[in-house]
Write a protein that binds this ligand. Structure first.
Ligand code: ZN
Length: 135
C-alpha cells in the first residue's frame, strides 16, 4: 500500500469518525430527552425510539470498525486482512477504507454472524463459539 493513499484514507477515516461521534452524541441526547415519554404499546414515539436505538447500534458498530482501521494504521497492519493475513485489495479500501478484512473473510464472518455462530464484537468475533458446530 503506498503511503500517499494510506494518508488519504486516514484523513477520510478521521473525518468519518468525527461525523459518527457527533451523530452518536446527538442520538444519545435525543434518546435521553424522551425518557419521560408514555411507554404505551403502539405509541408512535416508541417506534421512533426503537428506530433510534437500532440506528445508534449501527453507528456504534461502524465507529468501532473505523477505530479498528485507524489502530491498524498505527500498527502498520492497515490493508492486511486481520482474519487471513492476506493483503486487502486497494480498490476495496478505496470504497470501504474502514475494511479490516478481505472480501472473502468479511462475507464468511457475516454469514457466521447471521447464523449466530459468532458474536459481533467491536473487534469482530472471528472465532466460532466453542462447541458450536455447523448444522
Ligand atoms: Zn481475509
Amino acid at each position: 500500500m503506498d503511503t500517499a493513499q494510506e494518508a488519504l484514507e486516514r484523513e477520510q477515516l478521521l473525518l468519518q469518525r468525527q461525523e459518527l461521534q457527533q451523530d452518536i452524541v446527538l442520538l444519545q441526547e435525543s434518546l435521553r430527552g424522551e425518557v419521560d415519554v408514555d411507554l404505551d404499546e403502539g405509541d408512535p414515539d416508541v417506534v421512533e425510539r426503537e428506530k433510534s436505538v437500532a440506528l445508534l447500534a449501527a453507528l456504534e458498530v461502524k465507529l468501532a470498525s473505523i477505530e479498528d482501521a485507524l489502530r491498524a494504521m498505527e500498527r502498520g497492519t492497515y490493508g492486511v486482512c486481520e482474519r487471513c493475513g492476506k493483503p486487502i485489495p486497494a480498490e476495496r479500501l478505496e470504497v470501504k477504507p474502514e475494511a479490516t478484512m478481505c472480501v472473502t473473510c468479511q462475507a464468511e464472518v457475516e454469514r457466521l454472524l447471521k447464523r449466530g455462530l459468532v458474536v459481533q464484537r467491536p473487534r469482530w468475533g472471528l472465532d466460532a463459539e466453542p462447541g458450536m458446530e455447523e448444522e
